[in-house]
Ligand binder design. Sequence first.
Ligand code: ADP
Ligand code: MG
Length: 628
Amino acid sequence: MNKFEQLGLSESLLKAVLDLGFENPSEVQEKAIPLLLEKDTDMVALAQTGTGKTAAFGFPVIQKIDANNRNTQALILSPTRELCLQITNELKNYSKYEKGINVVAVYGGASITEQARDIKRGAQIIVATPGRMQDMINRGLVNISQINYCILDEADEMLNMGFYEDIVNILSTTPDEKNTWLFSATMPAEVARIGKQFMKDPIEITVGTKNSGSATVSHEFYLVNARDRYEALKRIADANPDIFSVVFCRTKRDTQAVAEKLIEDGYSAAALHGDLSQAQRDGVMKSFRGRQIQMLVATDVAARGIDVDNITHVVNYQLPDEIETYNHRSGRTGRAGRLGTSIVIVTKSELRKISSIERIIKQKFEEKTIPSGIEICEIQLLHLATKIKDTEVDHEIDNYLPAINNVLEDLSKEELIKKMVSVEFNRFIAYYKKNRDLSTQSGERRERDDRDGAPRENNNGGATRYFVNIGSRDNFDWMSLKDYLKETLDLGRDDVFKVDVKEGFSFFNTDPEHTEKVMEVLNNVQLEGRRINVEISKNDGGGRRDHNGRSSGGFGGGRSSGPRREGSFAPRREGSGGFRSDRNSAPREGGFRSERGSAPRREGSSDRAPRRSESFGDSPRPRRPRRD
Ligand code: ADP
Ligand code: MG
């Protein structure tokens, strides 16, 4: 008997759970579902984003409504149309083995008459944004005077967005004897007020610490000059060829501008903000879910609550005005127990905000330096090599092989590899030569090193940088790799630093005195039967120690709006697949990103990609130890 069966769910729901690939209930589900099934009660449930709140109310509500009665029995309010659609979709999945249940989404920007017609056909559950719901009530298009359940999802966000009055108005047209379930990540005063006003002795459930961020998200910041913000964003993207991210900007205008620049510079990016039409927004979300877009540039409002699997990075291009918002942003990644990184690009004047955020999320930020040109070259090249290795061969190509062999037959394997990689590398080199000028201008850090009296050798701040052939696909994140290396090499707490984990490989630094030991010990170690290979890397990983003074980000001369394409930072080329939008956004092909066990990329699928075997319970990733 699995744990879902112990919650009291019906056969048909359990069957749906099986299809969804959920193995164990999350904590909020475990606590909320049995109570809601057993009793007719009000409830306040507080749990961070990504903890599975939708199913915590979704399963009980489906089980409790009467499918034979076509009246509207449950109303779910949620802050945005994207979320509305997401919840509706989710509920449809849950109820797919239950006959006669209709769930209708009601949100602005789409035809109100069509929505009214769908409701008329009999919708036991309505999922609505407060604004459109209020509108429909005013026009008499919906009747919620008989509902038994009202669910406020992401209540804090709804109130943040100024829906207080709408919510109060809507609730006042519902019967007194209904049950109200309030789900929220945080409990600001306004949410408490709604609770007091509209709920009777609600059962309270709290999962995790209130207001704290997810433990599977690590937080990093990059200090840059204001004019280098955009350049920094590009480098972050270039140093993470597999990036799948939401980039937050403060205003619609900035959102649009950043997205446009990224697209011009060859990245697969798109904007999501309130000035777009409904159809445009749907299109963007569809491409993002389908992973044709790697960088979704969004405003806070537009991206509220969005649940897309496997977002690797949240980038705060600008910090939000309200510090609380940071939590909502970073909650887009690290979902369902997976690891994620939340990055902030800050200028000196904003630095104090970092400390305020640290206090709220009860986690520390790590200061990072913008990757150097060399580092990015290395990453991209190794990424290319990994991509070649992982590419599945489509046997269509067999027909062309004789001709190709003809052209290449005189080359040895070594030559062939060199040439293949050079296709990419020659451009990197070209870039890198240009870029060298830039980095010589960033003397700030070197001066600091001199002042600090830090030893300097061969231009890398005295440390040795290594490349090692293990990475996130071996279930390492930077912390667990650091621990592993310290242990394996029998080194002290601070002897391994600047650990950067990529998919198939990683970088780290030690002081030169350990170089010999690292090379000798590590090259003779096996990890799960595979030989570890460590090499000294050419790049310095941006300096000696983590808190080695705050440099300007290492590319002082960069103009914020650098020349495009050729001149722009990264060498991009046709077919590199690494990070460019393949014109007119043909679906990006498998390519570089070898996602294992994750959502298949499909064209035109608006459905949530099926999730498999990634449960809260037995996440294959190592849990990130808490840092305090
Ligand atoms: P929240 O509303 O708390 O932010 P969601 O309900 O959107 O979280 O769920 C986050 C993700 O976790 C979704 O992709 C969801 O399908 C998945 N999920 C929910 N419950 C489980 C479970 N029991 N096992 C595995 N994955 C789950
Ligand atoms: Mg939610």
